[in-house]
Design a protein around this ligand. Structure first.
Ligand code: F0G
Length: 352
């Protein structure tokens, strides 16, 4: 068996690292690409559907790919501490990789709007967590100002090493499929990931690893869709808290990715997101967090609109693990029933 050494070692020649860069890794990457035939039969029978399960990363989201590089480069630069604003997953990854590096970690999150699992991760890894009475966009503004003063290293996706690390997911998809997909579907929040995937695909194309490029398809939640509407949303809302963002940092890069690839950025409703979330769990045995399901909700929409031709290969990135947000899982599923501890009582329920 060949051991996976994490994305920096596996994709070293595509990444801005040298022999001097200390590698801080939790063996992220190498996540499953699962063929989803049962789900495809329901939502897009004319195509081959695959799920890139990024919830299988060490902290349960795609952020680990970017964080391994951002934290390794921060160590190389000998920073004193790292800092980020987050809707939850970035803070979990920063906390874990910061712990691995022995660096202090400061995170700002919107009070009451981060899923319980993510908050638990940031806390258990020992990050200093500040809950601000505001949203992600406000938290990011504060963090950018504080990091400009040089004491703290910013590890949000404005840090270019984050996108460099995240681009490796696109390369992995190509390695796993043996080619590029026809379409790549992603949720869009701060808009870094779709930009990173596009960079990864383009670099693999330049390197001769693939011979065509996929169309990049990004999906924002209805109440948090600044890119689709073309203006900042002051008070973004959505059940998918991970993408509850009204002023994405990588707005321009995301538009460039969809323009250059002839893809698009569009809207899915919270209802469509939750319906895709349940279908993924029920049809494919894959438990992702609500924001992740925006990609599959997008596939459903595009398929209904006749945008996915017969025989196309469609990859959806499922960005985070379902256990990140246990409250939503419990709220949207059938409650267990409680009975007396006898065979008869259980049988009576079974037959009811
Ligand atoms: N899916 C999940 C699960 C996320 O956590 C995020 C972003 C996205 C999708 C959107 O990715 O921002 O690159 O467009 N989460 C960030 C955070 C904002 O703080 O964890 P994006």
């Amino acid at each position: 068996m060949i051991l996976w050494r994490g994305i920096i070692e596996e994709f070293r020649k595509f990444l801005p690292v040298s022999e001097q860069t200390p590698v801080i890794s939790l063996s992220e990457g190498n996540t499953p690409l699962i063929r989803a035939d049962r789900l495809a039969k329901k939502i897009c029978p004319q195509v081959e559907l695959y799920l890139k399960v990024e919830g299988a990363n060490p902290t349960g989201s795609f952020k680990d790919r970017g964080m391994t590089l951002a934290v390794s480069k921060a160590m190389e630069k000998q920073v004193r501490a790292i800092m980020c604003a987050s809707t939850g997953n970035t803070s979990a990854a920063a906390a874990a990789y910061g712990a691995k590096a022995g660096l202090p970690v400061y995170v700002l999150v919107p009070a009451g709007k981060i899923a319980l699992g993510k908050l638990a991760q940031a806390m258990v890894h020992g990050a200093i967590v500040f809950q601000i009475e505001g949203n992600f966009d406000q938290a990011l503004r504060i963090v950018r100002e504080l990091c400009a003063e040089d004491e703290y290293e910013l590890v949000n996706s404005l840090n270019p090493f984050r996108l460099e690390g995240q681009k490796t997911a696109a390369m992995e998809v190509c390695d796993q499929l043996g080619t590029a997909p026809t379409f790549h579907f992603l949720p869009v929040g701060n808009a870094g990931n779709i930009s990173a995937y596009w960079k990864g695909y383009r670099e693999y194309h330049t390197a001769g690893q693939i011979h065509y490029l996929p169309k990049m398809m990004g999906f924002q939640a209805e109440g948090s869709a600044p890119i689709v509407h073309g203006h900042v949303i002051e008070n973004p809302q959505t059940v998918a808290t991970a993408i509850r963002i009204g002023n994405p940092a990588s707005w321009k890069l995301a538009l460039q990715a969809v323009d250059e690839s002839s893809g698009k950025i569009a809207i899915v409703t919270d209802e469509e997101i939750l319906s895709a979330y349940r279908a993924l769990a029920a049809e494919e045995g894959v438990f992702c967090e609500p924001a992740s399901a925006a990609s599959v909700a997008g596939v459903t929409k595009c398929s209904q609109a006749g945008l996915l031709p017969e025989g196309a290969t469609v990859v959806c990135t499922l960005t985070g693990h379902g256990l990140k947000d246990p409250d939503i899982a419990v709220e949207t599923s059938t409650r267990p029933r409680t009975v007396k501890a006898t065979r008869e009582d259980v049988l009576a329920l079974l037959r009811a």
